[in-house]
Write a protein that binds this ligand. Structure first.
Ligand SMILES: Nc1ncnc2c1ncn2[C@@H]1O[C@H](COP(=O)(O)OP(=O)(O)O)[C@@H](O)[C@H]1O
Ligand SMILES: [Mg+2]
Length: 249
């Protein structure tokens, strides 16, 4: 995995199709995520954003298409193997071990995703908690945390795996304005200091427009626009399918 980081490969998904019984949830979606950039993935509910993350991370079997990290074709690999190529993720519904402390939650992630030793995991967890700015939560039981803090712990769990890429599924969901205002600079710092590529799904347009270098827009499993925040904001197809006129302003 350190190798993957050193080579600074792109994460590339090409012509991804995912069918659920009669439903085509993804219909030929392609994207490239580079190290050090933030790519937004937006679109209406049910447009296929979570499915795309699930296919890329191996949680769902792809129907057709391919996923590569640099020259390595990871299509069809098991999630644990994909994690070891440096691809980490968070979930739309936070999945912490409620009875463990924050530190233990982060350590377990490092161990299970990368096979780190206890000692390595402890070091990585400390580094990840510092990167996210939540060292002060380390000894709290995860079950007592407010939602904004839970989401930050989830991101620390992903970071503790030394990822080259992090895929964040709605990290801003359920957060209040103050929590969003903390999350935005936190993610920006991760991009700059860790240098990983971040793919972020979210409905909070302050977060998306404030953070992303490029944005990819899905509607009914198809790409309807790709571009910079300024390009996407004024795209008629995006305004019609998702943003509405007021965000385009
Ligand atoms: N495991 C599943 N089985 C059947 N249909 C699914 C499953 N997961 C998602 N879908 C369907 O695929 C489409 C895309 O869903 P999803 O990727 O969750 O959308 P989004 O994350 O953009 O809201 C939706 O129509 C959803 O109902
Ligand atoms: Mg979703």
């Amino acid at each position: 995995m350190i190798e993957a980081v050193a080579q600074a490969p792109d994460l590339v998904a090409r012509d991804v199709v995912k069918d659920f019984a009669g439903l085509r949830a993804l219909d030929g979606v392609s994207f490239t995520l580079r190290r050090g950039e933030v790519l937004g993935l937006i679109g209406p509910n049910g447009s296929g954003k979570t499915t795309l993350i699930n296919v890329v991370t191996g949680l769902l079997r792809i129907t057709s298409g391919e996923v590569k990290v640099g020259a390595t074709d990871i299509t069809g690999w098991q999630p644990y193997r994909i994690a070891r190529t440096g691809v980490a993720r968070t979930f739309q519904v936070v999945k912490l071990f409620k009875d463990f402390t924050v530190r233990e939650n982060v350590e377990v992630a490092a161990i299970s995703a990368t096979g780190a030793s206890r000692a390595e995991a402890r070091e990585r967890a400390a580094a990840a908690l510092a990167q996210i700015g939540i060292e002060h939560l380390a000894d709290l039981t995860a079950g007592v945390l407010p939602q904004g803090e839970e989401r930050r712990v989830e991101i620390a769990r992903a970071l503790a795996t030394n990822p080259a890429f992090i895929l964040l599924d709605e990290p801003g969901a359920g957060l209040n304005d103050a929590e969003i205002e903390v999350l935005l600079p936190t993610l920006d710092r991760v991009r700059r200091e860790v240098g990983c590529g971040i793919l972020i799904v979210d409905h909070d347009m302050r977060l998306i427009m404030g953070l992303c270098d490029r944005i990819h827009v899905l509607s009914y499993g198809e790409t309807i626009a790709e571009g910079t925040p300024d390009e996407v904001r004024v795209s008629p197809a995006v305004i019609e399918a998702y943003l509405g006129a007021e965000v385009a302003g």
